[in-house]
Design a protein around this ligand. Structure first.
Ligand SMILES: Cc1cc2nc3c(=O)[nH]c(=O)nc-3n(C[C@H](O)[C@H](O)[C@H](O)COP(=O)(O)O)c2cc1C
Length: 160
């Protein structure tokens, strides 16, 4: 099964997780880059990113070249922003033909629940919510052996 991990990451935690999963599964990765970068410091970081997530924006992305037809499974990975997934994922989902793919979801948060973010992704894709999921708490900035165990367990589920 050929797998692509499509991720957005502002501060590196989701990118780190995506690369770990890619190693484990032998999968490819695609990092989504908004044309207008979100601020990554101070109050502006939470204000503009949080507002964009709440307003359900679809920010324009830098062009990427990838043949989605050659992948059977797409893993969507995002930080939790204001309780939901980050807007670049919405742009990707809306612009691509993803019918017939298998999915799995990955969320990084600072401690808040990822359930609403997972449900939001499933709703946007028009699929049932029972896809494999992985939720980690700031895995790059707060290293913890437990994260490695969770990543391996998630990948084993995908191998099965
Ligand atoms: C705009 C913004 C909103 C956030 N909202 C939440 C939230 O609602 N709940 C939470 O637990 N963490 C929240 N966070 C923290 C991030 O989800 C968390 O630090 C995550 O690991 C960052 O992933 P990244 O390094 O890939 O960007 C927020 C961070 C930002 C920048």
């Amino acid at each position: 099964m050929k797998t692509l991990i499509v991720h957005y990451s502002l501060e590196g935690n989701t990118a780190w997780t995506s690369e770990r999963i890619a190693q484990e599964l032998g999968a490819d990765t695609l990092r989504l880059i908004p044309k207008k970068a979100y601020p990554d410091k101070g109050f502006a970081k939470f204000f503009w990113g949080g507002k964009s997530a709440k307003m359900k924006e679809s920010p324009e992305l830098e062009p990427y070249s990838i043949d989605l037809n050659s992948y059977d499974r797409i893993i969507l990975a995002s930080p939790v922003w204001a309780g939901t997934f980050a807007p670049p994922l919405r742009t990707f989902i809306r612009s691509e033909k993803l019918a017939g793919k298998q999915f799995a979801f990955v969320m990084c948060s600072a401690g808040g629940s990822a359930d609403k973010a997972f449900a939001g992704l499933a709703q946007l894709l028009g699929i049932a919510e029972n896809v494999p999921t992985l939720h980690l708490i700031d895995p790059k900035s707060r290293p913890d052996a437990e994260n490695d165990r969770k990543i391996k367990e998630f990948c084993q589920k995908l191998h099965a």
